[in-house]
Design a protein around this ligand. Structure first.
Ligand code: ATP
Ligand code: MG
Length: 514
């Protein structure tokens, strides 16, 4: 199934938009996800290292090993110590529960210990209080005894890792961890004084990513719909001139080839296409006119001898004639028939030449000898008209060409000079070398050609003012053939003429040296 260019353009455009959007969405999603995860990791490490710094500082000050964090206690009526849950800060300090061993429990209740460790834990509490985020924090001593857990962890604890080594690169790791059915990102770092674990829920990141995904999901079809509509509109606007050209071109037929396509205002691709089409129509028009002219000329040229022939035959048939009269009629008819066949032969040759059917055999030949032969042939004609035929011919000028064709062309030119020069006129044929060219000049003292006719004398059937050369036989095909032959040999022909004074034809060919 074939779709219109407009549909295809729109489809391509939408597809490109969709692919780009999808790629952009995927990149944005992963970039944001990556950035959020990295930020989370950075903040986990930051919290851990702040805690580590505090612990380290206080440890150096107190010079005591890390002990479990104390509980804040109040006395019961019976004088028993119980944890004071009301006084705990929001992170609820560590209780000696199942995660701790009984030693630390006893130690924790020891008031002197409490005092020793207080500076550490107070500093830690303070730090945590200042931190607004809900981190899960667990601190273990170097013997992997948990000494502190934030309240939000209770009653669970975070996993401890035995194989971490503060001295090497294996001092920390990030692991996913599930706590109270919450997914956590967990950072565990071992320092000189403790194993610090910081967890934070990944739910926030997940939610952010989910809402980003929903926005993308909503934006995607909207953008695609708008870009498809835009593409459709753009395709319509840019293809409109093509539609206009198509419509105008459909109206141009063989009968109104003089019409042209309307040129668009902008100088763009469409304007160039229109100009090219207009040039093509112009060439078509020119060849149509030429063909029409040719048909008219050809039928006119053929009609005259045919009419004469017809007339002569009618005269012959009208009444009985003597043998002598019949003979005269036959001779005249033969002349007309030979003229007709000459015209037909020439026409056939020209049309063959134009359709590229004539083969030219190029050989190296002496143009000097060729001209001498032609002049010898034509001498008889010139003598009949008492004309002086003069030759100045440089010997051994060689060119590449087809001998028969060149003979035909040069003969035509010299023959014209004789034909269109009155009795006792003179004709000069010169063949010279001129800077790498063989130059033939045929000049006569004939009737000349008016300036207005000069551009047309190489056209088929063109004869200057038939009345003035009434007595001169010809069909106006000679120079058309000459021009074709010379051009087929990559040569040039030009003509200068003054009416009543004479004409000079100049032909140039590249000389073939060696
Ligand atoms: P054809 O050569 O077909 O027998 P033609 O001689 O009339 O007929 P062309 O050779 O094509 O035709 O010449 C075209 C016209 O150019 C001639 O009819 C003539 O008017 C003019 N012409 C050509 N050569 C000369 C010349 N040397 N002097 C004056 N007019 C010339
Ligand atoms: Mg001629």
């Amino acid at each position: 199934m074939k779709f219109s260019l407009r549909t295809r353009l729109t489809a391509w455009y939408s597809m490109i938009v969709m692919v780009t959007l999808t790629a952009l969405g995927v990149i944005a999603y992963f970039a944001v996800s990556n950035e959020l995860n990295q930020n989370l990791d950075v903040s986990l490490v930051r919290v851990a290292s702040s805690l580590d710094r505090i612990i380290q500082k206080k440890q150096v000050e107190t010079q005591k090993p890390l002990k479990p964090a104390p509980l804040r206690k109040k006395k019961t009526r019976k004088g028993k110590l119980v944890p004071d849950s009301t006084k705990r800060d929001s992170f609820a300090f560590f209780r000696q529960n199942d995660a701790l061993n009984s030693d630390s429990l006893t130690e924790a209740s020891d008031s002197s210990q409490e005092e020793d460790q207080n500076p550490v834990w107070s500093a830690v509490y303070e730090h945590i209080l200042l931190n607004s985020k809900n981190y899960f924090i667990q601190i273990a001593d170097l013997n992997n005894q948990v000494v502190y857990r934030s309240e939000n962890l209770q009653p669970d604890s975070l996993p401890l890792f035995q194989n971490l080594d503060a001295e090497t690169n294996d001092s920390k790791k990030f692991v996913p961890y599930t706590l109270h059915s919450q997914q956590l990102r967990l950072y565990v770092g071992k320092t000189k004084f403790a194993q610090i674990s910081i967890g934070y829920t990944v739910e926030e990141i997940r939610e952010t990513l989910n809402s980003l995904f929903s926005y993308l999901l909503i934006a995607f079809p909207i953008v695609v719909i708008f870009s498809t509509l835009g593409g459709w509109f753009l395709a319509k606007v840019s293809l409109q001139p093509v539609d206009d050209i198509t419509r105008s071109a459909q109206e141009i037929t063989a009968h109104n080839l003089s019409r042209r396509l309307p040129m668009p205002l902008a100088n763009d691709e469409i304007a160039r296409l229109t100009a090219t089409l207009n040039q093509m129509i112009e060439r078509l028009e020119a060849s149509f006119i030429q063909i029409r002219q040719f048909t008219a000329d050809a039928s006119h040229e053929l009609r005259t001898p045919l009419a004469i022939l017809m007339g002569e035959l009618e005269v012959a048939l009208r009444s009985p004639k003597s043998a002598e009269q019949y003979r005269n009629i036959m001779v005249s008819a033969q002349e007309e028939v030979s003229r007709l066949s000459q015209v037909v032969r020439n026409l056939l040759e020209l049309s063959k030449a134009e359709s590229g059917q004539v083969k030219i055999d190029m050989v190296r030949l002496s143009v000097s000898n060729l001209i001498i032969d032609i002049c010898e042939d034509i001498e008889l004609l010139a003598e009949e008209k008492n004309q002086k035929l003069e030759m100045i011919i440089e010997p051994d000028i060689m060119i590449l060409g087809d001998k028969n064709r060149l003979h035909q062309a040069f003969l035509n030119i010299v023959e014209n000079a004789v034909k269109y020069t009155p009795e006792r006129g003179s004709i000069l044929v010169r063949l010279l070398r001129e800077s790498g060219y063989a130059v033939l000049r045929v000049s006569d003292t004939g009737i000349g050609i008016p300036e207005g006719d000069l551009p047309h004398i190489f056209d088929r059937f063109y004869r200057v003012d038939k009345a003035r050369s009434q007595d001169v036989q010809g069909n106006g095909l000679g120079l058309a053939i000459v021009k074709w032959i010379i051009e087929a040999h990559h040569g040039t022909i030009s003509v200068e003429s003054i009416v009543g004074k004479g004409t000079i034809f100049t032909v140039r060919f590249k000389e073939e040296l060696m």
